[in-house]
Design a protein around this ligand. Sequence first.
Ligand SMILES: Cc1ncc(COP(=O)(O)O)c(C=O)c1O
Length: 382
Amino acid sequence: MDHPYHAYRSLFPVLSTHIHLGACSGSALALPVSGAIDEYRSALLKGGLNWEALLKKMEEAKEKFSRLIGAEKEEIAVLSSVSDAVSAIAVSLPEQPHRNQIAFTDIDFPAIGQIWLAQDRFKYNLAVIHGEDGMIRLEQFEKQISDQTLLTCVPHVSYYNGFKQNLKDIAGIVHQKGSLLFVDAYQSAGHIPINVKDMDIDILAAGTRKYMLGIPGTAFLYIKRELSEQFQPKMTGWFGKDKPFAFDLHHSGFAEGAKRFETGTPSFIGLYAADAALKLLLEAAPVQIESYLQKLARFSLQHGKEKGLQIIGPQTVHNRTSLISIRSEQASRIESLLREKNIITSSRNDVIRIAPHFYNTKEEIEHTIDAIAALMHGRRKI
Ligand SMILES: Cc1ncc(COP(=O)(O)O)c(C=O)c1O
């Protein structure tokens, strides 16, 4: 299989000694991203604090993320995690007579459901949309979302099994019932093309440390321009104000657009990293990344089966990403044993996850699946 991104491999030094298949948890660090982190440090070492430069970098990173998802820069806010982004929305949802229900799914990352469960306002009005074998059929959305639903929260891609949802179809159902649609795109942004306008998404959040090639501490929140004015943020801070540098206790107008959701000083080092990472990703182009990763997914499904491994979730590539989860009661132990062989994967409960990005090759996946099969089929006692 041709590797269209072969030339990019030298940008990721870890690939010369390791097989890095952990993008669902954290991707390999690229030299330009590391360079941007150095740039942040050395600017401080050599020139001292420069707010103007830091704020400019923040705007540049937002602009690149807005391009990645087909939004406008003013529709993007910077927060420190996806959990913070969901919480910021949860505490600030506008009151609407006769609409006080939140719908979320049982394939959401658990923290997302936990955030909704923590909201006193909604705790007796939660609808959980259930999947079967970690996948949700559209009929379930039809059934669970009602004319009381204020907001429906869904993951684009399951962190557990790589199941990919059809957001446009979900948006059709959600909007027909009068609910808002919130998408957690942490497992898709960076390797699956997203266009919030075409997909008719109202609100979306994604962090930078997984497929977006960044580091922990930075997440982006998209909120449709027409919607943001309806929210009065309850989780707030000076970055969310219209005049943050007025330093006036009694002035508390919100900034325009998504910026009103920002809170305190962001992780500027994370924004330097995010800006360089997004530049790289936009150049590599998610449409082409997806098409290459689909080939890897097809190969993984086939090779895993040949090796007698139980791959959970969708068995064809039309509704899944290249995240392949192999069932094992000893997933965490296998992750550790693979790490001893310089193979980086990521376990969750009873699955070991193989999550390639555009820098990975078919041979790396083949080698990893073979190593997992050897460990599981007892050629080596675990
Ligand atoms: C789909 C998904 N959403 C949310 C999270 C949590 O993100 P954060 O740590 O930024 O709150 C994760 C994993 O870390 C995830 O996989």
